[in-house]
Design a protein around this ligand. Structure first.
Ligand code: PLP
Length: 426
């Protein structure tokens, strides 16, 4: 459920027509609905209200400070995967005791930063990482709270690039080896074991894989308890899918019911790391039609947003719904909607049945709130879009459109390159 709806012929975000937002802020433009963001967080959080839990928003899905602030204000924690993300959530005012830190490649500096901040826990992805964290904690004369991220070898039935809980994936420690790893962790003086973690993938549209993974993790937790290793936290990761096209993912209530029925009576605090399900359908990318053209093969709609602004179609062959922000005609045709980037892989949609559009029209690329701006780049030296938060009739700039100057920030031309090439040749 989201607050992007047509009223008459015009697409609105909450009470504001996209037409006026485009006039005010230009394109390409990322727009987020405040009401939708709050609602999604609230629905997800309250689905688990009968059980001790913490919803740690997965910052990598959308790391804008204003969005982070919204979830923090609603009592949320954060799942971070880099020092940069930790920096962001601290800037947004999070209680560090609500931060969990995942990722296979944490550096010593990042680990030190997180220890000094005093985060809730590290989700450990390898034996070597465990040793480095122990060493860093020793140097800071503290203990590092940890969970081990186990790889349950579950097929989440999603795109191969976003499945993370299969044996062949780089994430976590294989379940059969994890008991041994916990014993090793227990032997380390500066490690405090507090939980078990698992995250099997993203855009998962059924409860089965979550339950399967959960059962394996619960078995591990009882084995650990038998060995006197007390587990307080069970981190189930994120991954609940959303509707991009025809998918019918479980409602958060159904997802919560499936999980809670497996852990009733267990003295645990559940940690959840939703990303996409909170922000995905709360954001759109608005783009302008620059040109249209037809070749013998195809119709093309060339827009001012490219794969550098929204890479999901190019990277995952992902479907994003695309609608004109003003309905002018019923006439439809099939076209490729492509960006300005010099790559054939730069498309937002292929062979899409679309309302006929012309130069100067605007299109909304729906469901772009997650892994949209967060995965954007400056490829082809294109300044990244502005981000705007809409609340009712109001809109607020939450990230400036980048300028040409932003593109070269930090670059320098070494002096020796300024000598003329002829003088150097001599
Ligand atoms: C990406 C990721 C998430 C969030 O996944 P969604 O599919 O966006 O919910 C949660 N936890 C970890 C460790 C992740 O890498």
């Amino acid at each position: 459920m989201h607050y992007f709806n047509f009223k008459g012929n015009d697409l609105y975000c909450e009470d504001t027509p996209l037409r006026s937002l485009v006039e005010k802020w230009g394109t390409p433009l990322y727009l987020y609905s405040h009401r939708t963001l709050c609602r999604h967080f609230e629905v997800f959080d309250s689905a688990f209200e009968s059980y001790s839990h913490l919803v740690c928003f997965s910052v990598k899905a959308n790391s804008n400070l204003a969005l982070l602030k919204i979830f923090i204000t609603q009592g949320g924690g954060a799942d971070v995967v880099s020092g940069g993300e930790l920096f962001r959530v601290l800037k947004a005012g999070i209680d560090p005791k609500k931060v969990v830190y995942s990722g296979v490649g944490k550096t010593e500096e990042e680990i030190g930063f997180a220890l000094e901040a005093g985060i809730l826990m590290f989700n450990i992805e390898s034996s070597e990482e465990l040793k480095v964290i122990n060493q860093q904690a020793k140097e800071l004369d503290t203990k590092a709270p940890i969970s081990i991220r186990v790889n349950p070898d579950i097929d989440p039935k999603t795109h191969p690039y976003i499945s993370t809980g299969l044996k062949k994936n780089k994430f976590g420690i294989d379940l059969p080896r994890s008991l041994e790893e916990y014993r090793f962790a227990r032997s380390l003086k500066h490690i405090e074991i507090i939980g078990v973690d698992c995250h099997i993938g993203s855009q998962i549209t059924e409860t089965g894989p979550f339950v399967e993974a959960l059962r394996k993790v619960i078995t591990l937790i009882s084995e650990l308890r038998q060995e006197g290793i007390a587990i307080q936290y069970l981190d189930l990761g994120g991954g609940l899918g959303i509707t991009y096209a025809e998918e019918v993912p479980p409602h958060p209530n159904e997802y919560a019911r499936a999980i809670l029925s497996e852990i009733q009576g267990q003295a645990l605090t559940l940690i959840l790391e939703p990303g996409r399900v909170i922000v995905g359908n709360a954001g759109v990318l608005v783009t302008k039609v620059l040109y249209t053209k037809s070749t013998q093969e195809k119709n093309f709609v060339i827009v001012d947003a490219g794969m550098n602004d929204l890479i999901r179609p190019s990277l995952y062959n992902a479907y994003q719904e695309i609608v004109p922000i003003a309905k002018k005609t019923e006439e439809r045709y099939t076209a490729d909607i492509v960006g300005p980037i010099c790559e054939s892989g730069d498309f937002l949609a292929r062979d899409r049945l679309l309302t006929k559009v012309q130069k100067g029209d605007f299109l909304a690329i729906m469901s772009a709130g997650a892994y949209g701006f967060a995965m954007s780049s400056n490829y082809n030296s294109r300044p990244r879009p502005a981000e705007v938060l809409v609340s009712g009739n109001d809109s607020f700039l939450i990230r400036q459109r980048e300028s040409f100057e932003d593109l070269i920030r930090g670059e320098t031309i070494p002096d020796f390159l300024s000598y003329s090439s002829t003088s150097r040749a001599r």
